[in-house]
Design a protein. Sequence first.
Length: 154
Amino acid sequence: MINRPEDRIAMLLQKVEHIEAENAALKAELKAINATLDDPRTDLTMTACEVIVVLKEQVAQLEREKEYRYVEQILRPIRILLKVAECAESLADNSEEMEGEDGRIHVGMAADFDELSDALDLLDELPDDKPGYVLGGAAKAAWALHDIIGDTND
């Protein structure tokens, strides 16, 4: 452990010397790079081609990501609707038909109903961006899929 001020100063001076040496090495390296770039014999054509190839790859990657986002945008309402159908089927399968005062009734498990309710709530999270309309959950799903299924007003 370094406790004396002289030892701390000596350690700091060593660090400064090390940093100065690294700085000098970097300056020498930059001078060599500049000299190479200034040399008229240096062929930068390959470097420019490599840059173009990298840029083309980046553009292609952005296009793939754009397509992925579009596919995900289409799949999200489908997944939600499948979840609603799954929960509705579970509720119907697990319900019991009974005679009530006003005719037949179905009694289902609260957990099944809660799952269906939660799935229906997911529909409300879909975008409500149909111009001129305020949409409910089912209409939001239909609007989200309008590019695929066409007009749903039939």
